[in-house]
Structure formats: structure tokens, C-alpha cells
Design a protein around this ligand. Structure first.
Ligand SMILES: NC(=O)c1ccc[n+]([C@@H]2O[C@H](COP(=O)([O-])OP(=O)(O)OC[C@H]3O[C@@H](n4cnc5c(N)ncnc54)[C@H](OP(=O)(O)O)[C@@H]3O)[C@@H](O)[C@H]2O)c1
Length: 257
């Protein structure tokens, strides 16, 4: 059974990946969709033509990762695409965020992403693709989003190294680094339970449909990093040439406007 696996499929980028992968020719036999909200995944199943296998898992819970392991072991799928899109951020200076929230960001954005990847790789045959959803936040330290930005630097660094390790097996790994996206739940979730006034502006935010389209295209080209929009490309170039102390000062200015 040829399949795709998408985490974070109950909303935003993950749901958009499921919709676009289901329209690919040839489409996978199944798409495995992972998130905590089962009802959202069931709604998504009614919106796509490809069969979805619903895995309502909390990826920060070891027993739920074990359920994924068991599903893989019993069904032995041939995974052609893995998209790790589950992730979240919280806006707020470190002193204002709870310890639990900061730990959970690292748990989901870093540890769970690595564990899902490790679990799935043995079920990938060549050629196959992994898309790890990082962020432009990977490119520079961001006061007010410190842990989130650091977690995305981890994702980018891990993905780029993994790409070389998996190259001989023809499993292509792409780190996707989008700029702000307005039509997902990321920004409301980042504001809720945090200190929204500490980052008030999300100028020129993009749309998930375009980000996903570009990410799938770039992964087909086997690019190591996908900067899916002009804003993210510009920030990637700035990271190459502008010292961090200057770019952080620019960010501090923006978030105080
Ligand atoms: N939107 C942006 O501005 C932006 C920019 C750059 C990068 N990103 C990155 O893009 C990725 C997708 O974000 P999005 O914009 O699509 O946000 P989103 O709409 O909030 O989607 C996040 C997804 O992660 C799932 N999730 C959260 N906690 C989970 C857990 N413990 N276990 C399993 N699944 C969990 C959520 O589903 P449930 O709540 O149902 O579990 C949801 O499906 C994230 O990694 C984010 O960091 C977003």
C-alpha cells in the first residue's frame, strides 16, 4: 500500500498538504493524517477523494507515538511522502510564558518531529520525500518568540543533515521555511495563553495554499530548503549577510510598532 503521512493535518498547512497530495497523479492509496482533533480529521476525509486513515494522536504523548509505531508495524505501508507539519508557537518573553508551554513547544516541534521521522523512515522505499515544516524563524533569534525560533533552527539543521544521510537511499529531505501565514490557526494559537501584545504585527502574511504548492514543487526538485514566498527568501538572504545583532534590533523595532 503506497501512502503519504501528514502530521498536523487537522488545520492549516497540514490540511492543505493533504488536499494537494490527494490530487496528485498518481494519488497515494491512502493518506495517514495525524492530529489530536479527530472530528476535524473526519471532516477533512469528506473533502478529499483519497482515503484517509485517521490517527488522532497527541505527538507529545509517548503512548500515542507507540500507537503510530504499531500501525506502521501491522500495516507495513510503503510511505512515499512524509510531511511533519504539527507544531506550535507561543508569543511572549520567556519570563512571561509558563515552563510547561516552553517545554511543550520543544517537545512537539523538535522531539516529536524527530521521533515520527525515525519511526517512518524504515517504511520508505526509494524514491521518497520528507518535508519538515520549519519557519523563517529558523534564520534568526527572535525575542518574544525565543523558544519557538530556536526550535525551528533545530528543525532546519536536523533536516539538512538528515538529507545527506538519506541521500544514498534516494529519500529526499526538504526543510520548508515559510514566513507568516494568515489563513491557519498558528497566529491565534500563538497569541492564546501568551502575551499577544509582545508581537502585534504580521505584515504581508501569506496563504497556506501557495506555501504548500511551492513546498511540494521544491521537494520534487529535491531542494534542501524551501523558502516558499518572496518574504521568506528575502529573510534567508538577510540572514546570510546581516549580523544577527542588527537583524534582531530590526525585529525588536518591528514588534514595538
Ligand atoms: N502559520 C504561520 O505563520 C507559520 C509560519 C511558519 C511556519 N509555520 C509552521 O507550520 C506548521 C503548521 O502550522 P499551521 O500554520 O498550519 O498552524 P495550525 O493551523 O495551528 O496547525 C498546527 C497543527 O498541529 C497540530 N498539533 C498541535 N499540537 C499537536 C500535538 N500535540 N500532537 C499532534 N498534533 C498537534 C494541530 O492539530 P490538533 O490541534 O488537532 O492537534 C494542527 O493540525 C507548524 O510547524 C508551524 O510552526 C507556521
Amino acid at each position: 500500500m503506497k501512502c503519504a503521512i501528514v502530521s498536523g493535518a487537522s488545520s492549516g498547512l497540514g490540511a492543505a498538504f493533504v488536499k494537494q497530495i490527494s490530487r496528485q497523479q498518481p494519488a497515494p492509496d491512502e493518506i495517514w493524517v495525524i492530529a489530536r482533533r479527530r472530528e476535524r480529521l473526519e471532516t477533512l476525509a469528506g473533502q478529499v477523494s483519497c482515503p484517509l486513515r485517521i490517527l488522532d494522536l497527541d505527538l507529545t504523548v509517548p503512548a500515542d507515538l507507540q500507537r503510530l509505531r504499531q500501525n506502521l508495524a501491522s500495516l507495513k505501508p510503503d510511505v512515499q511522502i512524509l510531511v511533519n507539519a504539527a507544531g506550535y508557537g507561543r508569543i511572549g518573553n520567556c519570563r512571561d510564558l509558563t515552563q510547561a508551554d516552553q517545554a511543550r513547544m520543544i517537545d512537539l516541534n523538535c522531539r516529536a518531529l524527530v521521533e515520527v521521522t525515525q519511526l517512518v523512515i524504515p517504511y520508505m522505499s526509494r524514491p521518497a520525500r520528507i518535508l519538515q515544516i520549519a519557519s523563517v524563524a529558523a534564520y534568526q533569534p527572535l525575542p518574544g518568540l525565543a523558544v519557538y525560533a530556536a526550535s525551528k533552527s533545530f528543525v532546519q539543521s536536523y533536516s539538512r543533515a538528515l538529507r545527506w544521510e538519506l541521500f544514498p537511499r534516494r529519500i529526499h529531505v526538504t526543510a520548508v521555511c515559510p514566513y507568516w501565514i494568515k489563513d491557519t490557526e498558528f497566529i491565534p494559537v500563538a497569541q492564546e495563553g501568551g502575551r499577544p501584545e509582545q508581537v502585534r504585527h504580521f505584515p504581508l502574511a501569506g496563504r497556506s495554499h501557495w506555501v504548500v504548492r511551492r513546498a511540494l514543487f521544491d521537494s520534487r526538485l529535491n531542494l534542501p530548503v524551501c523558502t516558499p514566498d518572496l518574504q521568506s527568501l528575502l529573510l534567508r538572504v538577510i540572514d546570510k549577510f546581516v549580523p544577527h545583532e542588527i537583524s534582531i534590533a530590526g525585529w525588536e523595532l518591528l514588534r514595538r510598532l
